[in-house]
Unconditional design. Structure first.
Length: 397
């Protein structure tokens, strides 16, 4: 069965008894995906911690998990003859970049934003300019000035992104432009395309090698060569991902996104046992139609999706519970004391920057200036400037 890329006569790869596991696992697996994503989306509505995690990346991972399930478990449940050979290969090569690609995207976007907010002097300078351009009340903030980290998918921001990523000669405003590009849909499209490219090249090479694939051939299985290619990728990917994070998971990672991706990369190693067992088929278990060791590979997307959804919901709920039940809230920890202490106030701003929430202290500054100039307003200016704060920070369209 495995190892034969000359199309065999259509026949089931597993016996009726062997398919029972595939059928049961299919139901459990799909229910888990729907539950995990649904739970994350439900709690995301009321949790800042969860809202800061890109939902589109999680949906991409879930899509990859479903495709991986279809290429292995569903095919085992229905029998190899139910899948055209070209579709078997396409699904097999499409699942890994969808499952693990978002880890690259999540790290790249988060680290870029943190770097730009913490170290990008462009943002600090533009904030100062914005404040200097305010009117006598000090709070007439223009919308363009506030939207310092909006999205922009222009050719100019794309080139800035490439210069930053590949460490080319940079221009003064490249960091800010790079930040805007990473927040646009073009960032996802570009990097997903790059991540997919090696897998699609391998797939095209495989389908070109066997002309029968293009003639409605069915009954093919993943051969030893393809399994070896995937095994190499599954070793290199998690190894590089762990190396990037090794010893560099900062305590200032308030959102714990780098910790999350590090755990996901480590979960990638769970693919190795299933892939190796599939290649050697000890006891001829698969050859006799009892069980396909490749199904053990499904543990990887299961864990990666769990870490990014259910586990993050647990962390968010646990953090909220600790805050509500804390018995150590005293005068020194009161917010007003933090605001009145120069060092604590700066530490608070640094914390908000690490959570990509600089708009919070911009709002606080605007309110402070509104209060300081409260008695100076004339001819309805008090209402006008209060309305400006509401429109800019609270009720933004």
């Amino acid at each position: 069965m495995s190892g034969n890329w000359t199309c065999p006569a259509a026949e089931s790869s597993l016996t009726a008894e062997g398919r029972i596991y595939s059928i049961v696992f299919s139901v459990v697996y799909l229910v888990n995906i729907v539950f995990s994503v649904g739970l994350f989306m439900y709690y995301r509505r009321t949790s800042v911690f969860l809202r800061r995690r890109p939902l589109n990346f999680i949906l991409i991972t879930a899509t990859g998990a479903v495709i991986g399930w279809a290429s292995i478990t569903l095919r085992m449940a229905l029998g190899n003859e139910a899948f055209p050979c070209w579709l078997t290969g396409l699904l097999f090569y499409s699942a890994p970049p969808l499952v693990k690609g978002p880890l690259v995207l999540k790290d790249a976007r988060y680290l870029t934003e943190v770097h730009a907010i913490r170290l990008g002097r462009e943002l600090a300078q533009q904030r100062q300019t914005m404040m200097r351009q305010s009117n006598a009340s000090g709070i007439n903030l223009d919308a363009e000035g506030l939207d310092l980290v909006g999205s922009d998918a222009s050719w100019d921001t794309f080139r800035a992104h490439l210069r930053i990523i590949f460490k080319m000669k940079r221009r003064p405003d490249d960091k800010l432009k790079n930040l805007r590009f990473t927040r646009s849909p073009a960032f996802v499209v570009f990097w997903v395309s790059c991540i997919f490219l090696p897998f699609m090249v391998a797939y095209i090479a495989r389908i070109s090698e066997d002309a029968a694939w293009n003639q409605g051939c069915t009954g093919c299985d993943i051969n030893w060569t393809d399994a070896s290619i995937m095994l190499a990728i599954f070793v290199v990917g998690p190894t590089v991902g762990n190396f990037v994070h090794w010893g560099k998971v900062s305590e200032k990672d308030a959102l714990k996104i780098t910790r999350e991706t590090q755990l996901c990369w480590r979960a990638g190693f769970t693919t190795l046992p299933g892939m190796i067992l599939y290649m050697i088929d000890p006891g001829q278990v698969y050859a006799n139609g009892y069980f396909n060791y490749m199904e053990l590979v499904q543990i990887c997307p299961f864990l990666i999706l769990y870490i990014q959804t259910v586990h993050q919901v647990y962390l968010a709920r646990a953090s909220r519970h600790r805050l509500l039940t804390s018995q150590n809230i005293n005068r020194e920890e009161r917010f007003i004391d933090v605001q009145n202490d120069k060092e604590l106030r700066q530490a608070f701003r640094n914390h908000l920057d690490s959570e990509l929430s600089p708009e919070i202290y911009l709002f606080m500054d605007a309110v402070d200036k509104f209060r300081a100039n409260y008695e100076k307003y004339k001819d309805g200016g008090r209402f006008k400037h209060a309305e400006t704060i509401v429109e800019m920070f609270i009720d933004r369209k």
